[in-house]
Design a protein around this ligand. Structure first.
Ligand SMILES: C[S@@+](CC[C@H](N)C(=O)[O-])C[C@H]1O[C@@H](n2cnc3c(N)ncnc32)[C@H](O)[C@@H]1O
Length: 308
């Protein structure tokens, strides 16, 4: 989850052309969630640079399916996307229950399945559970080449998800952690950087998500990510080198202008002003008008001052 709003954005119409290399976003964007096109494109990149590994994809914490539907575009052959989510069934520690109650109270498995089904014909494999109740053998006993960890955000749950992910990560696979750099989810950062410090994980690429891998795969995967980014016209930020725990990390790759324009549309200044007028209490507005009118009168008396 990214951003501070407790409510996911309402389903809105696709604002991005369905043509072109990012056309798939027009299918994912209407699904409720917090994913930006930039983050979604980088998630797909994790799928692309691990394409040579014959293994499925996994998401811990699916919500309505934006991440899973994004990952599913990277499936080859009979590969599948798996998701783990309790879908509103209460459980877990106090911290987990509080998070569920605040953000995901009304979520149902049917919500996920119908959103996902609008984008992909082949359904995702669903494990309806808290990840913290699962052992590696509950995940179908096979390796995964990309694992998107976006479930509970408290420290203990994320520590569990790190161990679970490392137990089922394919050789040459990538683990992506969401909300690594948010003040509302410090447990994620604490757990993940501790695993980096212990030498369990190597950081590859940092945005509000961290893409990471086993230390032995770092060099090859970083090169592939850099190559894929530059072939698409992304600025990989290598002019601002970042080295953490002995690993070179790609920092905040900047997307080409057309992606940025989707994530940060230029605000309509007049619409902004209208919204501001609507928001300001009427009494403050009338005071502001009186001050403005007095200033105009003074300006009219002073020939050196332009009137407005
Ligand atoms: C931020 S949302 C996930 C967003 C989703 N990855 C996306 O891209 O739209 C977090 C989800 O994690 C689920 N969740 C919370 N605690 C969990 C846990 N311990 N294991 C698995 N899922 C969990 C919630 O039900 C919720 O659907």
């Amino acid at each position: 989850m990214s951003g501070q709003s407790p409510d996911p954005p309402a389903i809105d119409p696709p604002a991005f052309t369905s043509q072109g290399p990012y056309g798939w976003w027009s299918q994912v964007r209407p699904i409720p969630g917090w994913l930006s096109l930039t983050e979604a494109a980088l998630l797909r990149l994790a799928g692309e640079v691990t394409a040579a590994v014959a293994a499925d994809l996994l998401e811990i914490g699916a919500f309505h399916g934006q991440g899973a539907a994004t990952l599913a575009f990277e499936l080859a052959g009979d590969q599948q996307v798996w998701v783990v989510d309790p879908f509103g069934i209460p459980g877990g520690s106090r911290a987990v229950r509080d998070e569920q109650e605040l953000w995901y109270r009304d979520l149902s498995r049917a919500d996920f399945e119908s959103s996902f089904g609008r984008v992909h014909e082949r359904p995702a494999k669903v494990i309806e559970a808290l990840s913290t109740d699962l052992a590696p053998e509950d995940l179908d006993g096979k390796p995964y080449r990309v694992i998107h960890v976006d479930g509970a955000h408290d420290y203990d749950s994320v520590c569990h998800d790190i161990d679970l992910s490392l137990a089922v990560l394919a050789d040459g696979g990538i683990v992506v952690f969401d909300d690594i750099a948010n003040t509302h989810s410090p447990g994620v950062a604490a757990a993940v950087w501790a695993a980096v410090d212990r030498g369990q994980l190597a950081p590859l690429m940092l945005t509000n998500k961290l893409q990471s891998c086993r230390p032995g795969d770092h060099q090859a995967l970083r090169s592939r990510l850099l190559e894929a980014l530059s072939s698409r016209g992304w600025n990989a930020g290598i002019e601002r080198p970042l080295r953490i725990a002995g690993f070179d990390v790609i920092r905040d790759p900047r997307p080409p202008a057309e992606i940025d324009a989707v994530d940060h549309p230029v605000p309509d200044r007049r619409a902004g002003l209208r919204a501001w007028r609507g928001w300001v209490p009427p009494v403050a507005l009338s005071t502001a008008r009186r001050v403005r009118d007095r200033a105009r009168t003074r300006g009219a008396r002073n020939p050196n001052q332009a009137g407005g």
